[in-house]
Design a protein around this ligand. Sequence first.
Ligand SMILES: Cc1cc2nc3c(=O)[nH]c(=O)nc-3n(C[C@H](O)[C@H](O)[C@H](O)COP(=O)(O)O)c2cc1C
Length: 289
Amino acid sequence: MSREPVRLLVFSASLRNGSLNTRLALLAAAAIEANGAEADVASMRDFDAPSYNADVQDSAGFPPGADRFRARLTACDGFVVCAPEYNASMPGALKNAIDWVSRYQPQPFNELHGLLMSASPSMGGGNRGLWSLRIPFEHLGARLYPDMFSLAQAHRAFDDQGQLADPQLRNRFEVNITNFLDLVEASKHYPCVKRAWVEYLGEHPEPELDRVELWSAPLGSIASCREAGRSASADPYDDALAVWSALHGLTTLRTSRPHFARLHRDELMRSVIHRLARITSSPQHAHPH
Ligand SMILES: Cc1cc2nc3c(=O)[nH]c(=O)nc-3n(C[C@H](O)[C@H](O)[C@H](O)COP(=O)(O)O)c2cc1C
């Protein structure tokens, strides 16, 4: 599939040979490439560094691992990390790498999109470690994708070709990555859409309650929004409603903010990403009056 350019740093936070998380990271990289984005695959060994010490930073500067981590992060639009769970938390090497990188100015994680994944032989799949990992990343301003993927019983989850053996799990993995890519693409190339989307995470449509209020969609705002690379109006609700209305070929839309709030995020994102370019390039829609 084709999409606007998106580049992601993909790495496993395990240092060991034969890592299950590295296998999952390689699958993620393949899924990213298959979905029209670019994956920069790195190894945690590239980013490993001595334990953070402010005296060392003051006297000797940043270690090479931290320099490399920063350089790879800043060359990307987001990152995917597959992190082992150690004692119900994140691996120390990863936390240490985050701590070093957090001392650069500008701080590289700020506003960077992130997708968290884990693999473990346990039944929990390392998911507790990912929740702990959200804390430093969110503290640093990373835009972490809400859905995370944790591969339980990972030692027996891969088939002979290195794919996830279970078809349902494979589908869940690919959908997780595709949706994340849609968001990063929207954030980079259609910022008005992203702003609206972020407000409605996890909401689902409820047709019985949705159509309650008349609202007029200024279709021209979509084109100007895209051209300007920023929100077309002061209100992200209006931008989102304009897009949604245009997708349905309407100049008016019976709806309300609660209606929009209940639209499922994936449905919205898929529609917007695949149709916005066509709609805004149409002279009829770009100049409605
Ligand atoms: C110090 C240590 C602590 C661990 N703690 C957990 C844990 O809390 N939960 C879990 O699911 N697995 C735990 N494990 C098992 C790891 O998930 C398992 O070793 C896994 O294969 C590590 O990831 P990797 O294969 O990518 O290196 C722990 C392993 C180590 C070495």
